[in-house]
Design a protein around this ligand. Sequence first.
Ligand SMILES: [Mg+2]
Length: 242
Amino acid sequence: MNNSTSKAFFFDLDNTLFDYEASFKQASLFAFISILHPVLNKPINPEKWFKVYKTFCDLYWPAYEKKMLTREEYQRNRLVSSLLSFNIQLFDQRQMDAFRKRFEEEIPSFVQPYPWVEEMINFIKMHGYVAGIISNGESVLQRKKLSMLGLSFSESHTYISSELSFAKPSIELFNYVKSKICAEQFYYVGDSFSLDIHPAIKAGWTGIWWNPSKQIPELLHPNLYNCQSADELNHVIKKCIE
Ligand SMILES: [Mg+2]
């Protein structure tokens, strides 16, 4: 095997290469102001609405994650509950659909890569190593985000769950990528310990945890790096490349 293809670095997308929470807020506010605000029978301060909306996003998330709510029910519940908090009843399905559609159309336009992303990916490629993406999510949306981020990953190095028959945290996804890529060592960089890092380690990869919120790791493992700052992440990537 050619030494230049002996290492492969894959990245998660949301909250790893860009701040998803920031773009979620901007796109939600955009959809609220353009779709809902004009039809509400009493004005709500958009920032105040978003604060409540975010609370319900977090409140309903575990039920959605456990598949007790469908994606549609999750999106509906968080919106309806946020408006009910302001004594507004919105049960018009068309308006709710329009809100969701506008949000999904707009979110890619608000994504901005973290400052270190481009240089890090170029550094990996410069050494002749593979740099790619493994992301959960809907194909069109995730690909739009990638293009708005201005990051060029080869098609053969881009893996999106909705285009495959498995999603993180399935170990099969990591095994599948491994079977497709000619490399000896595999590294995965992600922000979620349970979705990204734990399955990657279980699949025999090295997990590089992008952990700026300084969460406590659920386990210690020789193939786990815990990076709490961009400097630490840069240092680890360089160490893995050498
Ligand atoms: Mg993520």
